[in-house]
Design a protein. Structure first.
Length: 150
């Protein structure tokens, strides 16, 4: 089985919840015979490819998030699509059903590859709350209700 993790909450060169989860998942899958290929696609400071306990970690050059210099956000759909098509996953795990789930479906063909989502944080709220300081509550409420609000 070929598994692909597609996530936005990875901190390039950092540590934390999602980083630890992906590191330990890669370590565990290295000893599991049922997985022939594990690919991780995350945002980063530059395009890069590295090995992580037998898994392949791709960082896609991504802009910093405007209010948090540690977080980057995947914005390069073409690069993500190219990577997904090249690894031919049998299963894709996404941390964001709003954007990345849709990107994964578009790249692999709707319904062809099962998607599994996990809920680490409510991304619209994560991105929207700082907007209240800058633009007021109306803008943040619209962003938090996304995808229907924006």
């Amino acid at each position: 089985m070929r598994i692909c993790d597609l996530t936005t909450l990875y901190i390039d060169g950092g540590a934390g919840g999602v980083n630890t989860y992906l590191l330990e998942k890669a370590r565990s899958l290295a000893d599991y015979d049922g997985v022939t290929n594990h690919t991780i696609i995350v945002p980063g400071a530059r395009h890069a490819k590295q090995s992580l306990f037998g898994s392949t970690l791709y960082t896609v050059k991504s802009p910093r998030f405007f209010y948090n210099p540690h977080h980057r956000i995947l914005t390069n759909y073409q690069q993500v699509r190219q990577l997904l098509r090249s690894v031919h996953p049998d299963l894709i795990e996404v941390d964001c059903s709003y954007l990345l789930g849709r990107w994964a479906q578009a790249a692999t063909g709707k319904g062809r590859v099962p998607l599994v989502g996990f809920y680490h944080t409510h991304l619209p709220s994560f991105y929207a709350r700082p907007l209240t300081q800058r633009f007021g509550n109306a803008m943040a409420q619209m962003a938090e209700s996304w995808p229907g609000g924006i």
